[in-house]
Design a protein around this ligand. Structure first.
Ligand SMILES: C[S@@+](CC[C@H](N)C(=O)[O-])C[C@H]1O[C@@H](n2cnc3c(N)ncnc32)[C@H](O)[C@@H]1O
Length: 221
């Protein structure tokens, strides 16, 4: 899979791309991530990419031309690339969207910044995504959130067993997990997990998933 990220702040992605599972996924070529600094597409003096809003008001608004030109370069190479805008008024991001996006060969994530972007940029996009009901300074963190949630689902990136009972897979949250020591400050690992009876462990975990979901996220059930 290929993910292109249009951003004015490519350095923000350094840690994200160079640590842990994402770093390994890139090394194994499970994913190719290309950062596109769309400031390079500006034809204005000082590589300006934003301007004041028509009608007045505070903040600077991203202009459409550099984003359009950056997208056209990508589309020349791959007309089927799906373009996704990071925006607080987009559709709320969920695991089920990550599951659908992971099957696409090529996505392009556009990161807004400042006050936002010229409304006409929406016409260049196939989809608009919000990662939650709060406003961030830019689309870089949302682009990392979306990329991360997709990449970990790609074949061979993490062991399949880790993905089976995960939260949100089938409208249930994950079951509780424990590791050594068997007892810590009076808190014990449930006996059933030490029993060696795999059928009973599976049944207990399923019961715990339902109980936890009912208590914490009844809306999912
Ligand atoms: C400061 S925000 C603009 C907020 C905009 N004026 C509004 O009130 O909806 C700048 C950029 O950050 C990104 N952004 C901020 N919050 C986001 C969220 N919850 N989900 C996705 N993108 C977000 C978007 O790309 C947005 O254009």
């Amino acid at each position: 899979m290929r993910i292109d990220i249009l951003t004015l702040f490519p350095n923000m992605f350094e840690g994200f791309l160079n640590e842990s599972i994402i770093k390994r996924a890139i090394a194994k070529e499970s994913v190719i991530i290309k950062l596109v600094d769309f400031r390079k597409y500006s034809k204005l003096s000082n590589n300006q990419v934003d301007d004041t809003p028509y009608g007045g008001g505070g903040g600077m608004v991203l202009r459409i031309e550099p984003i359009y030109d950056a997208l056209m370069d990508i589309k020349k190479e791959d007309p089927d690339a799906k373009v996704i805008l990071m925006t607080p008024d987009g559709i709320p991001y969920k695991q089920e969207i990550a599951v659908k996006l992971k099957d696409l060969k090529h996505i392009v994530l556009i990161c807004g910044h400042y006050e936002g972007f010229d409304e006409r940029i929406r016409s260049l996009c196939d989809m608009e995504i919000s990662i939650g009901d709060y406003v961030l300074t830019g689309g870089e963190l949302p682009a990392m959130v979306i990329s991360d949630s997709i990449i970990r689902l790609l074949d061979g990136v993490i062991t399949d067993t880790s993905l089976v009972n995960e939260s949100f897979n089938d409208k249930l949250l994950d079951y509780p997990t424990y590791t050594k020591p068997q007892e810590f400050m009076g808190m014990k690992v449930p006996d059933i997990l030490l029993s060696g009876d795999h059928a009973k462990v599976d049944a207990w975990r399923e019961e715990m998933r339902k109980k936890k979901t009912k208590e914490r996220r009844p809306d999912l059930m």
